[in-house]
Design a protein around this ligand. Structure first.
Ligand code: MG
Length: 275
């Protein structure tokens, strides 16, 4: 794998079985992937060994394991606030346990880092949920570090400034950012290129995804095929090069009924822009 190689988030094919999805990526000429999200029951040693062998056979490098949790919904802003990540008090214990399973699985799979949406981080650093979230992420980052892994936070549910403040509060050397420019737009939070400049020192991976700003109060904006939304993908790729980003360009496609076609067009666009 070389810097700025085009990769694909495994779930973007819309093929549920991770083995079949990886085979499809190989057919599309992809050599790296972010794995996930997978049901927690998948996190067994046997599955880690099987998936590792399958990816090796295909010549695909797993770059990150992306963790999702049962019961999460991205249907609306309110649904995200109530259900996503580690800010849901009555799900916290269960989800921290899932994170530990995911960390063990990732280490066995041979991927270098684990990523997640932590959910809506409260804006006030004195909020008890903020304080407890900082402690939870410290514990998870330390559990990753014990296995030699990094931990990445997905952008989108807070501004770049709020995310930076949170990262400074957690203060762990293995903590980084998976920069998703579309999420900043979909959640109506920040302008992606300016945000990337602000958090540049923490970006370890990215999602190449596009979207348009929300037009209805309380609803998310709409995801679009890469290059057809309001991210300004040429400026995004130019900015990644400008900050010296060396990771993969990981296509994420979560909507639309021609996922494979969208992935292929996104791949061609990224390869052209990357130069
Ligand atoms: Mg994303």
């Amino acid at each position: 794998m070389k810097p700025l190689d085009v990769g694909v988030f495994l779930c973007s094919t819309a093929i549920e079985d991770p083995f079949e999805s990886a085979t499809k990526l190989h057919e599309l000429g992809i050599n790296n992937t972010q794995i996930g999200p997978l049901p927690p029951s998948f996190y067994t040693d046997e599955n880690a060994d099987r998936l590792k062998a399958h990816l090796a056979d295909l010549g695909i490098t797993p770059t990150t394991l992306f963790v999702g949790f049962p019961g999460e919904s991205y249907a609306s802003m309110a649904a995200v606030k109530e259900t996503v990540g580690l800010v849901v008090p009555d799900k916290l214990e269960e989800r921290v346990a899932i994170m530990q399973q995911a960390i063990d699985f990732t280490a066995r799979l041979g991927a270098p880092r684990v990523a997640l949406h932590v959910g809506f981080v409260p804006i006030d650093p004195d909020d008890p949920i903020y304080v407890s979230l900082v402690e939870v992420i410290q514990e998870i980052a330390d559990a990753c570090a014990e296995q030699g892994l990094g931990l990445s936070l997905e952008t989108g549910q807070e501004t770049a400034e709020e995310l930076l403040e949170f990262i400074h509060a957690v203060d762990r050397p293995n903590l980084g950012i998976n920069f998703d420019p579309a999420n900043l737009i979909l959640y109506g939070k920040d302008r992606p290129i300016e945000a990337l400049e602000m958090v540049r020192d923490w970006v370890v991976s990215c999602h190449c995804k596009d979207g348009v700003w929300p037009t209805v109060e309380g609803e998310l904006g709409s995801e679009m095929p890469l290059g057809e939304g309001q991210v300004d993908i040429p400026a995004f790729v130019a900015k990644l090069k400008d900050i010296g980003y060396q990771g993969p360009l990981t296509i994420e496609r979560e909507a639309g009924d021609d996922r494979i076609g969208d992935i292929l067009r996104a791949k061609a666009l990224l390869e052209r822009l990357r130069g």
